[in-house]
Design a protein around this ligand. Structure first.
Ligand code: NA7
Length: 544
């Protein structure tokens, strides 16, 4: 069928339910199935920003140069959209000539959403912890355009270079690296004197032939699942105070020569990966939102295209993602962890989830010949960045020992709690139950103080000098005073942990009056829209 589009054309491409998104027509990837509906002409689109790709019907594709400003969003701008625009603009500048032809009108995202959700007001605010402007909080521009504009083709020509331990290419045992946060509010880069790895953008080679992945129809596919351009939320939020975060001095760590994989670059994963790189480990990263990998690749990490590929190419793969659903998707999904597991491959699950799912994952991994360790961590953003987490582990002891240098890099203490999978999760839930109840109590106290005519600053000061003085009480009272709820530990994760703790209490008929009440307060805070804010935003529910 005749079509006006060609490979390399810069376009707006629209997926249902998302705004038109900056993209480029590229050669199809053989691993992504063509759509079943052959009647329509489809093009294979690379989405800027999210660095994903998908088949899109031609009727939903518009030449970028013809519609340059037309689909720019003024409101309800999804995360990653600005980076995608910068990337396409940069690429446009490099084009020798600009092709044009006029195409028809696209429905706006508002029109489309109005069809999907009739009755929902189009201007409804998004859940976004930044929606309450905070005094002195600067909005920073990301520099996504600098690197994010590289085409998939370009990226793919840069091949993975393994660091060997040969004399030609010695791996430093220790590097002086200062954590530095630049660009978008939570962008982590290592300082320019970071010389652990060659500064290349590296893509993993295709899976080794002996591990060809089954191409079964996806229940959840890591190619399909990451298609939504709206997932391009690389604008993570490490605020300026973290510019000051310096790694805590540790005795020199001798990094394991094993190849380390890391799945999940959320708040916790980012800090952990940074410390693994800093201590000289060879790390391959993957994140559902691919853009979050970029700064780590710049700092020497390799990038996997999907979880299975990371597991296949690494000896030990760690994972730290949001919750039970995320873990199930990640492990059992198409191109998921399980498809990369073969005899001897090691997998360490660091997410905080229910113990039954942890056991299911362990069973599935070991059934394929893999080795499993559960290893949730205690700590939030700053301890993760400083390498001061507490690592709780249960499962295969040999794997725990093999993780020694990694645990040294990311934590201040690690505890092996035995072979019984679930023990580490239970410990983590109990610790976080205490955390959740303490912060909920503090929130109620601060709310009441105001109502009885006390100065909240005075309350915070009294708490900080008395027996209740501890980092949590001090930092969370400051957050409440300043109304800065930038997420160090997202409130929705705290509520998840309380929910999981309550389920655990059910199983053993342990009454949990205090934790139940705290859970209700966190639920209310989520309903008020503070799920992605810091746990301290529970104050909003208490004072409301
Ligand atoms: P964040 O900062 O909320 O990050 C969550 C991470 O999980 C992030 O990398 C997400 O990818 C990823 N995620 C979420 N859902 C999925 C699915 N369905 N598939 C794959 N990946 C997913 O959490 P934290 O880092 O603070 O916490 C992580 C865990 O440690 C959690 O269990 C806590 O309780 C403790 P995205 O970037 O959104 O694409």
């Amino acid at each position: 069928m005749a079509t006006g589009f060609e490979i390399h054309d810069l376009v707006w491409a629209k997926m249902k339910g998302f705004p038109a998104w900056p993209g480029k027509i590229i050669e199809p990837k053989p691993e992504v199935k063509r759509p079943a509906n052959n009647k329509k002409v489809h093009h294979f689109i690379f989405f800027f920003g999210s660095e994903n790709y998908a088949w899109i019907p031609e009727e939903n594709i518009y030449l970028y140069s013809d519609h340059r400003d037309k689909f720019k969003l003024e409101k309800r701008i999804p995360k990653g959209f600005k980076e995608a625009l910068e990337a396409i603009e940069d690429e446009l500048k490099e084009k020798p000539f600009i092709k044009t032809f006029k195409t028809k009108e696209l429905p706006s995202i508002d029109e489309e959403l109005a069809q999907i959700f009739p009755g929902k007001p189009s201007g409804s605010p998004q859940k976004d912890y930044t929606r309450e402007p905070l005094k002195g909080k600067k909005k920073k521009r990301t520099d996504a355009g600098k690197d994010g504009n590289k085409s998939m083709e370009t990226q793919n020509t840069v091949r993975r270079k393994r660091m060997s331990n040969s004399d030609d290419n010695p791996k430093p045992k220790k590097a002086k690296v200062i954590a530095k946060v630049t660009g978008s509010p939570s962008k982590i880069t290592l300082s320019p004197d970071h010389k652990l790895k060659p500064k290349i953008r590296a893509e993993l080679p295709s899976p080794r032939p002996e591990h060809n992945l089954p191409m079964s129809p996806p229940s959840h596919s890591y190619i399909q699942a990451s298609l939504s351009p709206g997932n391009a939320s690389a604008s993570t939020q490490i605020e300026e105070t973290l510019l000051k975060v310096k790694p805590v001095a540790k005795p020199s760590i001798i990094p394991t020569p094993m190849r380390i994989g890391f799945l999940g670059l959320g708040i916790m994963g980012q800090g952990m990966v940074m410390n693994l790189l800093r201590s000289g480990h060879e790390v391959t990263v993957w994140n559902r939102t691919a853009l979050k990998c970029r700064d780590f690749v710049k700092s020497g990490a390799f990038k996997g295209n999907n979880p299975a590929e990371v597991v296949q190419s690494c000896d030990i793969t760690f994972s730290c993602v949001a919750d039970t659903t995320a873990v199930k998707d990640l492990v059992f999904g198409n191109y998921g962890v399980l498809q990369g597991i073969s005899k001897g491959k090691c997998y360490v699950e660091m997410s905080t989830i229910d113990e039954e799912t942890m056991q299911d994952v362990a069973e599935a991994i070991t059934a394929r010949g893999g080795v499993f360790l559960e290893s949730p961590v205690v700590g939030s953003r700053v301890p993760a960045l400083e390498g001061q987490l507490i690592i709780l582990a249960a499962g295969e002891r040999k794997l725990y020992d093999e993780c020694y240098s990694c645990f040294e890099a990311i934590g201040k203490k690690s505890l092996y709690l035995g072979a019984d999978i679930g023990a580490a999760t239970r410990m983590k839930l109990i610790v976080n139950m205490v955390m959740g109840t303490v912060v909920a109590g503090l929130a109620e106290a601060m709310a009441m103080a105001e109502k009885v005519g006390l100065d909240q600053e005075d309350v915070a000061e009294v708490l900080s000098v008395g027996a209740l003085s501890c980092p949590t009480v001090i930092h969370k009272s400051q957050a409440i005073l300043s109304q800065r709820y930038d997420p160090h530990f997202p409130l929705q994760h705290q509520q998840k942990d309380l929910r999981l703790a309550l389920l655990l209490g059910d199983k053993v008929e342990q009454p949990l009056y205090v934790a139940s009440a705290a859970n209700e307060l966190y639920k209310k805070a989520r309903r008020l829209g503070y799920g992605e804010s810091d746990i301290s935003a529970v104050y909003r529910a208490a004072s409301n």
